[in-house]
Design a protein around this ligand. Sequence first.
Ligand SMILES: [Zn+2]
Ligand SMILES: [Zn+2]
Length: 284
Amino acid sequence: MLFGSHISTAGGVDKAFKLAESLELEVMQIFTRNQNQWNPKPLAGDVISRFLSERDRTGISPVFSHGSYLINLCSTDETTRERSELALQDELMRCDLLEIPYLVLHPGSHMGQGENLGIEKVARAIDRVFSHLPDGNAMLLLENTAGQGSNLGYRFEQLAEIRDQVEQKHRIGFCFDTCHAHAAGYDMLTEPACRGVFEQVKQILGFENLKVFHFNDSVKPLGSRVDRHEHIGKGSLGTCVFGYLLRKREFKNHPMALETPKSPDYHEDRENLAVLKSLISRKR
Ligand SMILES: [Zn+2]
Ligand SMILES: [Zn+2]
């Protein structure tokens, strides 16, 4: 696994590399735009060129992006749905400008419309966005969710169904968040249980479509459907799944990102990365 973390881009996307470098990261996740705004400033040309040269200087690659939490492609509010499509299009364009290969996105919240209609609307919205970007390179990675409220994507089948309904399937992959899977009820507390869950991932999502991991422990218990990230080994998920994934041959070159709580100096990331590294060689 390639070690990474979600790194702040306060002050500009090109600023994240210095911090990632100081944490000895191999990969990182960033936001390419302000998460709380529908219409953030476009990326300036000099920021783009500094980003690319910092990437080359540090060798931190791939960098991948997480989409805005404002986006809900199946919102019942027409204005929000339209803004969401425009925001997704803008996010994908930013990824291409920054040569970012993956954009991670939460599938959406059906807001009472029902899961099947929600899934259909998300797929149609993605179709429209892709049709506006015929030459786009960045892949859209649907992230599994904890299933809070009416969030879609807490079952692997739902993620697979969205991909199935999208016309340009080759532009869709998946991101696996350990905290979300645990909260959604996937038991990964023991090695045999992990094998069972990742057999389902293989069968339903396909390892070839699984591009990125989010490594988070969970504050809330198995099946709670509540999304609260905890430091590695300090929550109700424990370390078993992380050791399992870090030792799994098929994921040897997969990028991961910590999305655990962080102070401005990121010392928690150093501690979490040390815990993960200690799990690689540990005997079961
Ligand atoms: Zn996410
Ligand atoms: Zn995540």
